[in-house]
Design a protein around this ligand. Structure first.
Ligand SMILES: [Fe+2]
Length: 381
């Protein structure tokens, strides 16, 4: 019998449903409250909704793009000018990842660079609530915060159970205004979390339950969410699928898709875009090592064609990126062939993720995979 551990890394309370935020009762009596959000969300209805609940809260809205250690340290410095009882992260993955670190380090003097790694955080004394406004990172479900180190440009992780929030609100109404292209790329990130964790060497029956249901929700709804962003039911399914992806990766981890994605992120390619274009190629690479486990995904994947083999599943993921408004090639995101060896070398530094991959992957393999991303798949015409 397999040996595995089940951790209890799950947010203590989760509220799910369209309009859920207006019904929030947790921590309404909290003393001093800090809301951390993306700059693009300031002056939006989403911020108005949270400030109606916490009218005296301070708002830190200096975040734009994916978080760097300089950005997170600036947010931390802001937070330390006061003594907050509750930190709320509202926004995309950047706002949530920043809020998590701020809540955890608020009472200390450490910088984020000092806690890159696993289990380096002391006990968190500030309560934390997370409210995603995109369906993608699943950050609200994970003990991870991914931050680009401003010193060397490398994306690094802070991993600690202290980053698991006290509560989460999954309110699809907050995601209605997401543009189609961002819905597609963040949705592909969520799908990657579910698929990668399902194929990870650390998958177990519990992570698979999250992965499978997440795959079902995301694959059934991603096209509809892109086509009609105003459909609350579809948006709700995407948000729940993204949350399940976060839970699945917390147990099983992501794999080579995320490992090869990080060097692209370093060069400004949005996280979901990089993952989306890599997913089919990595699955094709992994296929010989995990055909049976790929095939196990078939009942959960939405497909007009019958999925009769693992190769059909790989083809289906190629179809997703062909159909959705996401870039398919490095050319489309401004990455040139000359830098591929550098990308491959950097990807190999993501040892934690590569160790989860079902098929070993060397720098030579990584280079060959990046080369494939230079042109669209030939069968595409
Ligand atoms: Fe991701």
């Amino acid at each position: 019998m397999d040996f595995y551990l089940i951790n209890n890394a799950f947010p203590a309370q989760v509220m799910v449903g369209a309009g859920a935020l207006a019904r929030l009762e947790w921590d309404r009596e909290a003393g001093k409250v800090l809301i951390i959000t993306d700059r693009g969300l300031l002056h939006t209805e989403n911020i108005a909704k949270i400030t109606r609940l916490f009218p005296k809260a301070d708002i830190y809205g200096e975040l734009s793009g994916e978080p760097t250690s300089a950005m997170v340290d600036a947010a931390l410095e802001f937070s330390r000018r006061s003594r907050y009882d509750l930190v709320i992260g509202l926004g995309g993955g950047s706002a949530l990842d920043t809020a998590k670190v701020v809540a955890a380090l608020h009472g200390s003097r450490e910088t984020v660079a000092e806690v890159f790694g696993k289990d380096l955080l002391g006990p968190r004394r500030t309560r934390m609530g997370l409210i995603p406004t995109t369906a993608g990172t699943g950050s609200e479900a994970t003990p991870n915060s991914i931050v680009k180190d401003s010193a060397d440009g490398v994306k690094k992780a802070v991993i600690s159970k202290e980053l698991i929030p006290d509560w989460v609100v999954l309110d699809a109404e907050l995601t209605l205004s997401l543009p189609a292209a961002i819905t597609a790329s963040t949705g592909m990130d969520a799908l990657c979390h579910c698929v990668e964790s399902a194929l990870s060497v650390h998958a177990n029956p519990f992570s698979l339950a999250y992965s499978y249901h997440g795959i079902k929700l995301l694959s059934e709804n991603i096209e509809a969410a892109v086509a009609d962003g105003a459909d609350l039911e579809v948006r709700g399914a995407m948000l729940l699928g993204s949350f399940l992806g976060g839970l699945a990766l917390t147990i099983a981890g992501t794999t080579a898709v995320h490992a090869l994605s990080y060097p692209l992120g370093k060069r400004g390619v949005p996280h979901g875009v990089a993952n989306g274009m890599l997913l089919p190629w990595i699955l094709e690479y992994n296929l010989p090592a995990c055909a049976e486990r790929l095939m196990a995904l078939a009942p959960y994947l939405q497909s007009v064609k019958p999925l009769e083999s693992a190769a059909d599943i790989v083809d289906l993921t190629f179809e997703y990126v062909h159909t959705l408004p996401v870039p398919q090639t490095l050319d489309e995101v401004g990455i040139e062939a000359e830098c591929l060896p550098e990308l491959a070398a950097e990807a190999m530094k993501q040892e934690r993720l590569l160790a989860n991959n079902p098929r070993p992957l060397t720098a030579v393999d990584a280079l060959a995979l990046y080369r494939k991303l230079l042109a669209k798949k030939s069968t595409d015409g």
